[in-house]
Design a protein around this ligand. Sequence first.
Ligand SMILES: *[C@@H]1O[C@H](CO)[C@@H](O)[C@H](O)[C@H]1NC(C)=O
Ligand SMILES: *[C@@H]1O[C@H](CO)[C@@H](O)[C@H](O)[C@H]1NC(C)=O
Length: 367
Amino acid sequence: MATLKLQAMFLFLALLMLKNVALQAHARTFFVFGDSLVDNGNNNYLATTARADNRPYGIDYPTRRPTGRFSNGLNIPDLISEAIGAESTLPYLSPMLTGQKLLVGANFASAGVGVLNDTGAQFANIIRMPMQMANLEQYKRRVSDIIGPQETEKLISQSLTLVTLGGNDFVNNYYLVPFSARSRQFALPNYVVYVISEYRKILMRLYELGLRRVLVTGTGPIGCVPAELAQHSRNGECSAELQRAAGLFNPQLQEMLDDLNREVRSTTFIGVNIRQSSIDFISDPGRYGFVTAKIACCGQGPYNGIGLCTPLSNLCPNREIYAFWDPFHPSEKANRLIVQNILVGTTDYISPMNLSTIMTLDASEKV
Ligand SMILES: *[C@@H]1O[C@H](CO)[C@@H](O)[C@H](O)[C@H]1NC(C)=O
Ligand SMILES: *[C@@H]1O[C@H](CO)[C@@H](O)[C@H](O)[C@H]1NC(C)=O
């Protein structure tokens, strides 16, 4: 009887130790929220046209297959995972996201969404921000069932998060059609103020849910993407209106983040200036090994900027020398340049500090 008890006790202890080893072995948990720049396949599970699950998407991905990432290969979240020594997060809707895989984190993003609920209405079934955040709550309950509530809070507070939103609030809302509802409602400067105020609520909610290190990207060079050049440009110059929107949005975003940090008395929100990285390779593509930052690798029409990237599109043979993969999204190579600046960039690229500094700080606080 006593031996049996002892054996049971031993088994229990062994299991406990195993669980701790498993917990310690995984890298920092990583969460991703936002739009197509960071969606890694959630939309594959939804009835929507905003998806990247056809060839030649994924042509340079390790499997050489489309995954739902809007890239020829890896996207920005994959490269951040790589940098922090973690495997890529799975899409939250993936049936493979169970058990220990949950501890890696989750990607809640959905192509087509914006800060505002009405952004991307034409894509029908996408996961808008209130739902992405509800999914984080559900995630927490699922993880709690595995490691318990205390360890879950720790995992959440020590995690890293990436949020990428805003581009679609202009491209797929305000400027989607001439005289859109939002453009009749707001002059551009007032619309920007409104979007920023709604963005602030989203970020505050993420803070309330326990996240403490949140990288927040502004909009990319939305006026300079091949899709805009094809529609609005005569000589390859960027769309002035969209550039004006990005020019208003990005600095106000950084101000809002600084203000939020003061309110929560910590450096929780870190602003990432994707636009600056993109301006670098758009203004001097050769310096980064690109032959063009105007023509998409995959597409059709002027600048390969019309319509979608499909199996019937033009496809460039070498994706390393194109800054844009499709009419809207950077190539893996361009994503690497963006993530490099997130990692070790100056405050022109990431503010108030870069990811390598954050990682060092957090590692020293943990012990
Ligand atoms: C967006 O939708 C959520 C949930 O449906 C709602 O709580 C929120 O108020 C909406 N935001 C706006 C600005 O309408
Ligand atoms: C960014 O990272 C590099 C390399 O770790 C570091 O030397 C530099 O001071 C950092 N810059 C800022 C602004 O934090």
